[in-house]
Design a protein around this ligand. Structure first.
Ligand code: PGA
Length: 267
């Protein structure tokens, strides 16, 4: 049995598949059925894995993972901050918790850029996820214009501070932050490993400033943006990169399995 890979700081890597608005519930089951044969129990002991299907698939995916005893965590892509009420088209975090959802993405750049999620909403959603004993994956990241203007640090730090506002140090230490440069999402362009490491390190420094050293040591920071089997191992080797939020490459069982198996060197 291979040694469980840990980051240098001992955090267990988290590889999350964000399916976005892809895969209906039949296709979701077909993908997971392939995936469970491709990844071994040892793989899933070493690296934590979550999948984030569209809402219409969540119940089906829950049933599949639980009845087949597949050790993959169930995730969601978004939620509302209220428990219930007159919010047509929205999804309650409490309903997700009832389906044994463990991880909820909040503030994905597509939500922020296309659907108007503000820092204030993201903060409210993050607290709602915590209230229901689920784990938020707080997404942050800069646009290409912001990167070229040299404002990556200011943008990302501002988003982290806004997202963590009012959250206890203990909760911060148990959550996940995903650094996703917007210009690298779905474009095939990946940040260099040096850039990914340097922004993830600055996020950890911001967490230390906001919530203290223990929280900074515990929080897991994922990199996202065109992660694939061929670049996963190198990204994961960075001391402040504790996992990956994977979009396109999570829609194919073989490519996602190879990312999960990054300790074996990818393909
Ligand atoms: P990508 O998406 O892997 O397709 O670039 C990542 C994300 O948006 O979470």
């Amino acid at each position: 049995m291979p040694d469980a890979p840990r980051t240098t700081a001992g955090r267990r890597p988290l590889i999350s598949g964000n399916w976005k608005m892809n895969l209906n519930h039949f296709e979701a089951t077909a993908l997971l059925d392939k995936l469970r044969y491709l990844v071994s129990k040892d793989d899933l002991a070493a690296v934590e894995v979550s999948v984030h299907p569209p809402f219409t698939d969540v119940r089906t995916v829950q049933t599949f993972l639980e009845s087949e005893k597949v050790d993959i965590a169930l995730g969601a892509q978004n939620c509302h901050w209220e428990d219930s009420g007159a919010f047509t088209g929205e999804v309650s975090p409490g309903f997700l918790a009832k389906l044994n959802v463990r991880y909820v993405i909040v503030g994905h750049s597509e939500r922020r850029e296309l659907f108007g999620d503000t820092d204030e909403w993201v903060s409210a959603k993050l607290k709602a996820v915590l209230k229901h004993a689920m784990v938020p994956i707080l997404c942050v990241g800069e646009t290409l214009d912001e990167r070229e203007a040299g404002s990556t640090g200011a943008k990302v730090t501002g988003q982290v501070r806004a997202g963590l506002d009012g959250v206890s140090a203990e909760q911060v230490g148990a959550m996940v932050i995903a650094y996703e440069p917007i210009w690298a999402i779905g474009t095939g362009r990946t940040a260099t490993t040096e850039d990914a490491q340097s922004v993830c390190a600055s996020i950890r420094a911001t967490v230390a400033d906001v919530a203290g050293a223990d929280a900074a040591a515990g929080v897991r920071i994922q990199y996202g943006g065109s992660v694939k089997a061929s670049n996963a191992a190198e990204l994961m080797a960075q001391p402040d990169v504790d996992g990956a939020l994977v979009g396109g490459a999570s829609l194919d069982a073989e490519s996602f399995a190879k990312i999960v198996q990054f300790p074996l060197g990818g393909a």
